[in-house]
Design a protein around this ligand. Structure first.
Ligand SMILES: Cc1cc2nc3c(=O)[nH]c(=O)nc-3n(C[C@H](O)[C@H](O)[C@H](O)COP(=O)(O)OP(=O)(O)OC[C@H]3O[C@@H](n4cnc5c(N)ncnc54)[C@H](O)[C@@H]3O)c2cc1C
Length: 372
């Protein structure tokens, strides 16, 4: 069978693109090397900018009583804190639940899934103008190929590979239960990184931190030691680690995180989500970038399939959109990520934000786009 679109990678970007296109009537195959449901490292806070879009591609979300978040608190080691009301705010949902709901929605709509299959190669046939994607066990033919295989994949454009950066971070996530303000997201800085806490479904909270991998080496490669040695220097984090009920006893972890601007199109394959560029969570909403890129790509592909635009226009439109919307945000996020490793800079920011609250609001505005 020939599909309209093959999507490599069924994370949030791939699943939302698959649903959006399927709802417009196109035949879609998603190649996913893993299976559902599953846990992933993530802060699990989604900016309100994508709330309406998510509800249209996954109506089941309306029936879930998800916590809405409109307050922000920042702390570092020491006594001072900064608190503010968020202009746009967000909501909380675990990746386990969100990905699974999107997967079920896509399946019900008739998206074909090739699960536990890893895409290995994409080839273009100049005679038929079709693409073929080879996996470890099959071959899929389609008119268009989209790559949403995430930040760390065997499937990267050559330009991406050459721009690898040296600083690497690790991410660690727990689900915990504790008495806390469900409308507040907290970011607590510690030497080498920061930890976010916000609520998700069923009264649980997501505690997720990102830290320079050097700190883990300094702590003898032990997560427990890392937490005692660095995270506990922040009194807020010490209190949480001492008093919360840890539902996840063993955390979900990832290594080798870095934040790079990549390319949105390579060899006429369309890249979206983290595979086109990953933004540091301190200043960005990577998940909303997935949803926005899926939504814009789907409507451009729709125009292409219904002969309203040429392939060249499709490519130009998507490239322009990506660079205009995201490349500056990703560039900025890398600087903020680096700065956030130094506690004295976070302390300084807290002082400045308390003196000039409008400055904090401006910085927060940089972290998200407009609702779509
Ligand atoms: C520590 C941390 C905290 C974060 N917190 C937040 C937050 O609170 N809010 C927010 O908005 N964003 C957050 N983000 C960012 C967010 O998690 C990402 O932007 C988002 O997960 C990207 O989704 P994706 O679909 O592009 O990629 P992924 O979720 O990585 O999905 C890629 C999929 O492709 C599959 N795959 C890979 N290679 C192949 C292949 N060759 N063949 C087949 N399948 C393949 C993988 O199995 C995977 O399922 C955070 C990121 C980190 C690191």
């Amino acid at each position: 069978m020939k599909y309209d679109v093959t999507i490599i990678g069924g994370g949030l970007a791939g699943l939302s693109l698959a649903i959006d296109l399927r709802k417009r009537g196109y035949t879609i195959v998603v190649i996913e090397k893993g299976d559902y449901p599953r846990n992933k490292v993530c802060g699990e806070y989604i900016s309100m900018e994508s709330y309406d879009y998510l509800k249209t591609i996954c109506p089941e979300l309306k029936n879930r009583n998800l916590p809405l978040i409109n307050k922000f608190k920042l702390s570092s080691i020491g006594e001072r804190e900064f608190k503010t009301i968020l202009d746009l705010g967000g909501f909380g949902i675990s990746r386990y639940l969100l990905e699974n709901l999107l997967f079920i929605e896509a399946k019900n709509l008739g998206v074909v899934f090739a699960l536990n299959e890893k895409a290995l190669e994409v080839k273009f046939d100049f005679n038929t103008n079709d693409y073929s994607v080879t996996t470890n066990s099959n071959n899929y033919i389609s008119t268009i190929v989209c790559n949403s295989s995430g930040r760390k994949s065997n499937f990267e454009a050559k330009e991406n590979i050459s721009s690898r950066v040296r600083t690497n971070y690790i991410g660690v996530k727990y689900h915990i239960k504790m008495e806390r303000d469900a409308t507040q997201i907290e970011i607590h800085n510690f030497p080498g990184g920061y930890c976010g806490i916000s609520n998700v479904e069923d009264g649980k909270s997501c505690l997720c931190y990102i830290v320079n991998s050097k700190m883990l080496n300094n702590a003898g490669n032990s997560i427990l030691e890392l937490e005692k040695k660095y995270l506990h220097q922040n009194k807020n984090l010490k209190r949480i680690f001492d008093t919360a009920e840890f539902i996840t006893k063993v955390p979900v972890t990832i290594s080798g995180i870095n934040f790079r601007i990549k390319v949105p199109i390579y060899d006429s394959v369309f890249y979206l989500g983290d595979s086109a560029g990953s933004i540091a969570p301190i200043t960005g909403n990577g998940m909303s970038i997935c949803f926005k890129s899926a939504s814009v790509l789907a409507s451009n592909l729709d125009n292409y399939f219904s002969s309203k635009i040429s392939k060249q226009q499709l490519i130009e439109n998507y490239k322009l959109f990506w660079n205009k919307e995201f490349s500056m945000r990703i560039k900025l996020s890398r600087y903020f990520q680096k700065l956030s490793e130094f506690s004295f800079l976070t302390k300084l920011s807290i002082q400045l934000f308390n003196l000039f609250p409008s400055l904090a609001n401006r910085v927060i505005k940089l972290t998200h786009g407009k609702p779509f």
